[in-house]
Design a protein around this ligand. Sequence first.
Ligand SMILES: Nc1ncnc2c1ncn2[C@@H]1O[C@H](COP(=O)(O)OP(=O)(O)OP(=O)(O)O)[C@@H](O)[C@H]1O
Length: 577
Amino acid sequence: MLKENPTTSNDKETFQILKKSWKPTQVELNEIEKEEKLNSNISQKRAFKVCIRVRPLLNDEVYKHYDATTAVNNSVFIHKLQQRFNKKSLETKLFSVDQVFDTQSTNEDVYESINHLIPLILEGGVGTVFTYGQTGSGKTHTMTGIENLVAKNIFSDILHKIFGGREGYEKFLSKNPSYIPKFKEYNQKVIVSFFEIYGETISDLLNNKNKLDLSEDVFGAINITGGLVEVEVNDTESMLELIKKGSAFRNTKATFKNDTSSRSHAVFQIKIINFSDYNGAEAGCLYIVDLAGSESGADTQHHNKEQIAESVAINKSLAALKDCIRNRSLAVTSKRHIHIPYRNSKLTLLLKESFELDSNRQCETVVIATCSPTEIDTAQTLNTLRYIAPLKVNLPPSTYDAENPASWNNVELRKWVKENGVFENGSRVDPNKFCPRENGKQICLLHEEDILERLTLNGIGYKNAKLFHFKLWNLALKGKAKKHAIKGEMEKTQGKPIVAFKERWESGKVALDFDDQLKLLLSKEKEGLWRCCEIVKSDIGGYEVRVDKLILAEEKLFNKPVLLTFDEARKVYELDI
Ligand SMILES: Nc1ncnc2c1ncn2[C@@H]1O[C@H](COP(=O)(O)OP(=O)(O)OP(=O)(O)O)[C@@H](O)[C@H]1O
């Protein structure tokens, strides 16, 4: 590995003497304490958790360079030797994040910062972990460690969940010592894929670098197209084998800073599929993303034309990633609309769901900033830390509203189902079967036929299933209207919500009226009266526009405009709630 060496042995000695006598100031200690108090008081979990890992000095660095960092609890100090006239002193910068891993930390220690993502994906959520940092700072070392530890732990985590905890599983094992787990028996599948994003090209690392692409469907979901190989795995060894195979195919080249520098973003994806789930239940998903290293101008001074173009492409996609996270954090606090530019790169498009404020599923991301400890990398380390330190984002506060199913989590939904799914003939809706993992919003987005199927397959008669669906659907519509009322889009008059007509009604808009009927506005007949055609529920779920059913409707009864999206496959419209 090539290293520049502007450090004299004199500097190194002076630095070591100064660092030995260095202590954080009282102001800095107060700041660390304040940050830690703030972290421990956070009742909400982080949507974006930020960690720092400082790697140790490597063998070829130990003699020439020195460690310019000091970690104190969840903060790290970066030191710089300054010379003023004849006097040398230490200049220090402090960064506080959620967790710091110092030069002595192991990959097992770092794994602790991400292991909460496993229960999240077993519940159908989306977990993302990525490392960000200069080339040669330890991203691949950290990510390979995490991939291997996930492979080692995920299968026992699933079994503990199936057997109601570690003790339950151990008790079972003591009675069945030769038991070999078969996840299919428990309706679980663990599916693994591994691909890289090099510039804007996506290649399958488990299939000879077969070219893949991303597409966004009409519902906004991102799909990998081109035949991604997805392998079902049942044990640690098979998963480790795939990690090894995929890593060997990765695009790496020697650079000025790193002999085996990764020139692509590698994405190791684990899907947890509960295949007894009905239509519409999404798989839990973990993305482990090893980013290509960012390079400074100085790092690229020995690059040829092709390498410079490669560096520009890497830095561009890293900038897109930073923009998305930064705007995501701004969007949580800002009163105005903040655009999250996830379409600016393939990487951010893939991770779109992690940036969405209003995602249907719970999404949590861990960002690990990796740093080289040496004094010659201080400028790049400061760049990395300045960027990642403000990225901490809390999950949006709970918006639970007993009258709005779209705001319920799985526990709240189950409670409602238990209380409301009771019929005169004694049959009951079992929440374990109706909504094993979904939250209220996910259930509200299901088609009527999917809901009816869930109910009838579990012994609820068709008539009762319709009644139950109607109750839930009505509540969802009212909840949505109420949400708008709270937002100030409606006024209350005599106990009845009346629209404050900020929106100008115009032809082509769809209005929901106070009887929960939808109408497509065709033309204005006269002031306050519109010629419309009816939009009715279809037998196959969704809505149909009945051009044969023309009516006149009073504008004052319109509750609010709604968006309909067209389901190309079934040729019906769906309410975009
Ligand atoms: N925590 C660590 N402990 C020991 N060695 C480490 C650690 N982190 C990194 N290294 C070593 O440092 C070198 C560079 O690490 P690595 O390849 O992981 O960097 P990188 O950030 O992925 O670089 P690039 O962006 O160029 O791919 C490797 O030889 C690696 O083994």
